[in-house]
Every structure is written in structure tokens, then in C-alpha cells.
Design a protein around this ligand. Structure first.
Ligand code: NAP
Length: 304
């Protein structure tokens, strides 16, 4: 039997994975704080065959700008300890989860391939997060070299989904849907977004990433690769898709240029992913956003 541990089990990807990989052990920071060595030792001493390491300090641009030291230290500690103890307890398969926002801020040609990960510094708005996550890629490659393992990492694009947070730590799509929901509730017909609306983003439903992670185990894939949707929409395009999905096409979109845009573009190549998996079909942004809106609506109805 393949004994599987999933860290970050209470996060949005972890919750999606629980639906399709119910036999694994899921942990959150409540049971094990993975920045603390004795907690990492305690969980990994249970001798797992496979570890899917989702846990991370994750957040939006503003949170990254306000707490750069915490983003660096928490992620560097968690990832280093998890990998050291995975080696110590002879975990056979380890899947680390990076992010496309750790790629260089600018490169000569897009979309970015996996080989370009270290071709320049990450964007200043999440520099410390980016470097700490890149360090996990370096650590995994080094473990494979030194200990002859087949550990690997995936590099997912921006995520959204029904289990995203809707608070100050929320990511773009959840924040957008919440703005639409709040505007509708207070009979307004406009929303205001940060920045210029021009940056390009590949948004992927967290459910689609969970499916890829499960398929990696089922199909014995031990390569490291980008995971992304092929759609590379501008923020303004995404806002229009979201307004349509929420039945608010008539709303106007305003932009607060005093707030940062973040990286202009960071689209990644899906060539390697496409060569590894057949029949990949990602959820369309409009359908996925409709689900997020309905979830927010239901949660608010039931919490009254
Ligand atoms: P999330 O919803 O923010 O969940 C983070 C998870 O990490 C939670 O389960 C959290 O536990 C756990 N965690 C945080 N600090 C911890 C600690 N010190 N010890 C133990 N557990 C800790 O994240 P997500 O969106 O599911 O992201 C999953 C992975 O995908 C992350 O590695 C992230 O970097 C990567 N990724 C995310 C995005 C995105 O747009 N969200 C894009 C690309 C890649 P608690 O619930 O107990 O706090």
C-alpha cells in the first residue's frame, strides 16, 4: 500500500485533493507546525511512502509586501525541514509545490520553460517568497543528485477555487468575486480593482491542480514541470469574464492606479505537462468563477 502524506491539507488545494484522494493523511498547521523541527520529525517518523508538500505561507501582493521576512523564513524553514526529514525517513516520492510567481520578473521570450527558473530575480513584490520557493527546487534537485532519489516539483500558475480565502489574504479571483458580490448586495453597479488591469495571468482552478497531483501518483510521473491553463488573460479580461459569470455584465470596472500591478506577465509553457499527460481538460474560468460566486452566496446565506 502507498502511504501518502499531504501537508497543507486545510488549504484550497488540500481540500480539493481530499475529494479525489481520500485515503491519504492530511495535516494542517493546527496539528503540526512545519517550521518547527520536532513537529516535522514527529509527522515524518510515521514512515510515509509519498509526500505531497502543499503547505506554505501563501498570500496576495499586499501581504507579501507587508511581511517579506515572514514569507521568506516560514517557507524556507518548512521546505528545508520537510525535505531533510523526508530523506532521513526514506520517503520514496516527494512532490514539492512551487509557483509561477517565483520565475524571473522578466525574460527574453514567453512562455517561460522550466529551464528558465533561475534566469533572473523574481518580481520585487514577492521577491522573498520567490527566492524561498526557488530554494526548494534547488534542494530537491540536489537531493536527487546526492541521494539518487526521484523527488520532483510542480510549478503551478495562479490558482483560484471554491476553497479560497475571502479575507485580506485572498488571491485575485476570490477578491474579485467578493467585490462583485458586495457591490450587488449594496445595489452598486461598479467595482474598483488594484493597478491598471493590464497584467496578464494564467488562472487555474485548484481542482485541476489536485487532479494533476493525483495523476502523478497514479501514473508514476516523477518529472518536475509547469502546471497551467493555456489561457493567458489580462486582469481586465478576467474581470469581464467574472462579471458575466456572476450575471453583472452591466457593471463598470474602475482601476486604482495608486495600488501595485505586480508582475506584468509570467505565462509559462505547458509543453512538458502536455507531453506527460493525455486528455487534460481544465475547467473554464467562467464556469469556475460561477462556482466560486455560488459558494460565497451559499456561505453567506447559511451564516445568517
Ligand atoms: P492555502 O490555501 O493558503 O493553504 C496553505 C496551507 O499551508 C494550509 O493548509 C496551512 O495550514 C498550511 N500551512 C501554512 N503554514 C504552515 C505551517 N507553519 N505549518 C504547517 N502547515 C502550514 O494555499 P494553497 O492555495 O492551497 O496553496 C497550496 C500550494 O500551492 C502552496 O505551496 C502554494 O505556494 C502553491 N501555489 C499557490 C498558488 C495560489 O494562487 N494560491 C499559486 C501557485 C502555487 P492552516 O490552514 O493550518 O494555516
Amino acid at each position: 500500500m502507498n502511504k501518502i502524506l499531504v501537508t497543507g491539507g486545510s488549504g484550497q488545494v488540500g481540500k480539493e485533493l481530499q475529494q479525489i484522494l481520500p485515503g491519504a493523511t492530511y495535516i494542517s498547521s493546527k496539528e503540526y507546525n512545519l517550521t518547527v523541527e520536532k513537529d516535522v520529525n514527529a509527522i515524518l517518523s510515521n514512515k510515509f511512502d509519498t509526500v505531497i508538500h502543499l503547505a506554505a505561507r501563501v498570500g496576495g501582493i499586499i501581504d507579501n509586501i507587508n511581511y517579506p521576512a515572514d514569507y521568506f523564513a516560514d517557507n524556507a524553514l518548512m521546505n528545508t525541514l520537510m525535505l531533510n526529514y523526508a530523506v532521513k525517513y526514506n520517503v520514496k516520492r516527494f512532490i514539492g509545490v512551487l509557483s509561477t510567481c517565483i520565475y524571473p520578473d522578466k525574460v527574453k521570450s514567453y512562455p517561460m520553460k522550466e529551464s528558465m527558473l533561475h534566469d533572473g530575480p523574481p518580481t520585487p513584490t514577492n521577491f522573498s517568497y520567490g527566492i524561498s520557493k526557488r530554494a526548494m527546487a534547488v534542494h530537491i534537485d540536489a537531493i536527487n543528485e546526492q541521494y539518487n532519489k526521484k523527488y520532483c516539483y510542480v510549478i503551478p500558475s495562479n490558482l483560484y477555487g471554491i476553497y479560497d480565502k475571502f479575507d485580506e489574504k485572498s488571491h485575485f479571483v476570490a477578491a474579485l468575486v467578493k467585490k462583485i458580490y458586495d457591490a450587488k448586495k449594496s445595489n452598486k453597479d461598479s467595482i474598483t480593482l488594484y493597478g491598471s488591469g493590464l497584467p496578464l495571468r494564467q488562472f487555474m482552478n485548484a481542482k485541476d491542480l489536485a487532479i494533476i497531483l493525483k495523476r502523478m501518483i497514479d501514473e508514476d510521473v516523477t518529472e518536475s514541470f509547469n502546471v497551467a491553463s493555456k489561457d493567458n488573460f489580462s486582469i481586465n479580461d478576467i474581470a469581464e469574464i467574472a462579471l458575466k459569470a456572476c450575471g453583472c455584465e452591466h457593471f463598470s470596472i474602475e482601476y486604482d492606479g495608486t495600488k501595485p500591478d505586480g508582475q506584468y506577465r509570467k505565462d509559462v509553457s505547458t509543453e512538458k505537462m502536455d507531453s506527460l499527460f493525455s486528455n487534460l481538460q481544465f475547467i473554464s474560468l467562467e464556469k469556475g468563477i460561477k462556482e466560486v460566486y455560488n459558494k460565497l452566496y451559499e456561505d453567506n446565506i447559511t451564516s445568517r
